[in-house]
Design a protein around this ligand. Structure first.
Ligand code: S3P
Length: 189
């Protein structure tokens, strides 16, 4: 399932070895993009960034506040702008980036990532497990309401996530195992 290596004027997402030097983690809420990303970055000694943090810094507001005060469309605009900025900054330092659950389901974001040549890894898992994980995390997620709505949104988005170059199943696995599988599937370890 490997994508052809390549580089792009936006940055250097592929290292001299031909292996990716920028890895984007995508997937639904509760997939573990941030926690797995942090583990992976420690494992590889790479930088880590969460796109939602960049959005909050740029907007000087929390994600939930952006949704509350300005609505989802404005959040998506801010998300796209933050992703564009991040891609333009990619340099020689290898980096893991966790995207928010909706980012890769926006076609213009997916197109931008594809063009960048960076590796995009889908952290997959069944909706009921993701819902349970979100419940345990106690993080305010504006697009997570009840289980039924969560599953509907999951089904709607899954075809987009499946367009990622790599897919790692997270079901029933601990964080270190998932991080190791991501590293292995990308040939980074
Ligand atoms: C969103 C997921 C959130 C955050 C925002 C929108 C989504 O990130 O970006 O609340 O559309 O699924 P997580 O996937 O990290 O919860």
């Amino acid at each position: 399932m490997k994508r052809k290596a390549g580089s792009h004027p936006l940055g250097k997402p592929v290292g001299p070895s031909g292996r990716p030097s920028t890895v984007f983690l995508v997937g639904f809420m509760g997939a573990g993009k941030t926690v797995v990303g942090r583990r992976l970055s420690r494992r590889l000694g790479w930088d880590f960034e969460d796109l939602d943090d960049r959005i909050q810094t740029r907007e000087r507001r929390l994600i939930a506040q952006i949704f509350r005060e300005s609505g989802e469309a404005e959040f998506r605009r801010a998300e796209h702008a933050a992703l564009r900025e991040l891609l333009a900054e990619l340099g020689s330092a290898p980096r893991i980036v966790a995207l928010g659950g909706g980012a890769f389901a926006q076609t213009k974001n997916a197109a931008m990532l594809q063009k960048s040549g960076a590796a995009v890894v889908f952290l997959d898992g069944p909706a009921d497990e993701l819902f349970r994980r979100c419940e345990q995390e106690h993080i305010e997620r504006p697009l997570r309401h009840d289980a039924r709505q969560f599953c509907e949104l999951y089904e709607q988005r899954r075809p987009f996530y499946l367009k990622a170059g790599w897919r790692v199943d997270t079901s029933g696995k601990d964080l270190d195992t998932i991080a190791a599988e991501v590293a292995c599937s990308l040939g980074l370890q």
